[in-house]
Ligand binder design. Structure first.
Ligand code: BES
Ligand code: MN
Ligand code: MN
Length: 458
């Protein structure tokens, strides 16, 4: 493996050049105007898999964006690792908040800045380069590797489950390896063993058939923004942050003792945490720590709210309707469809007679996912981290979602190992997204060791 480390070092400049090219493709899945870029990104990945030495490399069309797949399955009697990543990225608005152009990868202070550097192009790139290093230098891998890179993660991986269902044999494996999450810190390596699920809806409250003069009619009919605000307040208790939708917590699996012990090891300074966010203090569900609140507890969040006059200056208007986008982050074993239904029923039930309520559900649902702490892949990942970071990893739960992880687990019957190299200050989905170059380099080594360790342990 020495030669691989030498190879990594010797190829650093090329890695940066190739990643810059990948990043320059604005593959934003949320915007149909970027269809061509999605296709270009898929083609870029296809070429990368081929040049890494993978076999049977192909783009598979879906109802949405193409899936790119490749494999090297020549290690007889060895286990198989399925590596997953996503080549699509989030939109870049607000563009004026970016200090460097969002699709020009810029190295500054040991970090690469651009959309997709951490989420997920830069992270998935790690594994492609490790596979390449093995196949170029040793002509083989320590085990069988299958790679699946998709282009719809940021919009809920709507079509990936069907692809998996139709390709169970092709994707059969012993474990899944994903780098699309964070570590707790540069010197606080961690492995994520849980992801939250998600359901996302838009609500509209209408009081009038059209906007009216707020002087002529104000006071005589309901104001839909006022009504919407009142209804939203009824969804989450302002004091305890408990979600008030009936049955919301019914299926929540509580933390085990072992998990509580693991989570309690994580050094957490709430004051610093708040400061880093520019928040005055932390705030959340009564009775739980910050770590528990983001990882192991479900929440109800208002993502956006609008209606009436929000432009410059004054306009005295009584708006016809008001809207909000709301989402609920879920934990095992809550079911997205069921929770969405519970929300819709409740939301309609609390509407006063003065308004009409409409609810639209988006199709980016995802189940929460959990990987047992004693899974073989977890042990391999922990050993790999120890080799590179010279420290035992913490075990954490991530508050974000990767909807396809639960699908993979259900359909393929294997655990997913979330070995992410991002950091909490990477500005995912925000202006000035970055990826620490040192994390990329350590990622190469860690991924290499993971494959070795997994081949040994399994
Ligand atoms: N890579 C993220 C998941 C994530 C978020 C990991 C934060 C670590 C920290 C993933 O790309 C993502 O953004 N998922 C979406 C899913 C949604 C669009 C269905 C999310 O969590 O909002
Ligand atoms: Mn991601
Ligand atoms: Mn993302």
């Amino acid at each position: 493996m020495k030669e691989l480390l030498t190879y990594f070092k010797a190829n650093e400049e090329r890695y940066q050049k190739e990643l810059t090219e990948f990043i320059a493709i604005p593959s934003i899945s949320a915007d149909v105007a970027h269809r061509k870029d999605i296709s270009n990104a898929a083609t870029f990945v296809e070429k990368q898999l081929k040049s890494a030495g993978l076999k049977n490399v192909k783009q598979y069309p879906t109802k949405g964006n193409p899936v790119v797949y490749g494999e090297w399955i020549e290690a007889k009697d060895a286990p198989t690792v399925l590596i997953y990543g996503h080549y699509d990225v989030q939109p870049v608005e607000p563009v004026d908040k970016w200090k460097t152009p969002p699709f020009t990868m810029t190295a500054k202070g040991g970090k690469w800045f651009a959309r997709g550097t951490a989420d997920d192009k830069g992270q998935l790139f790690i594994h492609l380069k490790v596979v390449e290093a093995y196949l170029k230098n040793l002509k083989k891998l320590p085990l069988n590797v299958k790679v699946i890179i998709e282009g719809e993660e940021e919009v809920g991986s709507t079509n990936l489950a069907e692809f998996v269902k139709n390709n169970l044999k092709k994707l059969s494996c012993d474990t899944i390896l994903i780098s699309d999450t964070n570590m707790l810190g540069k010197n606080k390596p961690s492995i994520t063993y849980g992801l939250r699920g998600l359901t996302y809806l838009e609500v509209s409250v209408t009081a009038l058939s059209g906007d009216q003069h707020s002087g002529t009619y104000g006071g005589a009919v309901a104001n839909p923004i006022q009504v919407l605000a009142e209804m939203l307040v009824k969804c989450k208790d302002p004091k305890t942050s408990k979600v008030k939708i009936p049955g919301f917590y019914e299926d929540v699996v509580p933390l085990t003792k072992k998990e509580k012990t693991e989570l309690a090891k994580i050094p957490q300074d709430d004051a610093l945490y708040a400061k880093n966010l520019g928040a005055r203090q932390t705030f959340g569900e009564k009775g739980f720590t910050t770590i528990e609140r983001t990882g192991a507890r479900p929440t109800f969040e208002i993502n956006g709210i609008w209606g009436g006059h929000t432009g410059t200056g004054v306009k005295t208007v009584l708006p016809a309707s008001a809207h909000a986008k709301v989402s609920m982050r879920l934990v095992a074993n809550q079911k997205p469809e069921d929770i969405a239904k519970k929300f819709i029923d409740y939301f309609k039930s609390i509407a006063p007679d003065t308004v009409r309520v409409e609810v639209k559900k988006f199709e980016n649902d995802g189940f929460a996912a959990l990987t047992p702490l004693d899974a073989v892949g977890m042990k391999a990942a922990a050993a790999a981290i120890k080799k590179v970071y010279k420290k035992d990893p913490y075990f954490t739960r991530e508050g974000g979602s990767i909807p396809v992880v639960a699908d993979f687990q259900q359909l393929l019957g294997v655990e997913a190992i979330l070995l992410g190299f991002g950091l909490p200050d990477d500005n995912l989905h925000a202006p000035n997204e970055k990826f620490d170059i040192s994390q990329f380099k350590k990622g190469l080594e860690t991924s290499m060791h993971f494959l070795e360790e997994y081949a040994k342990l399994k």
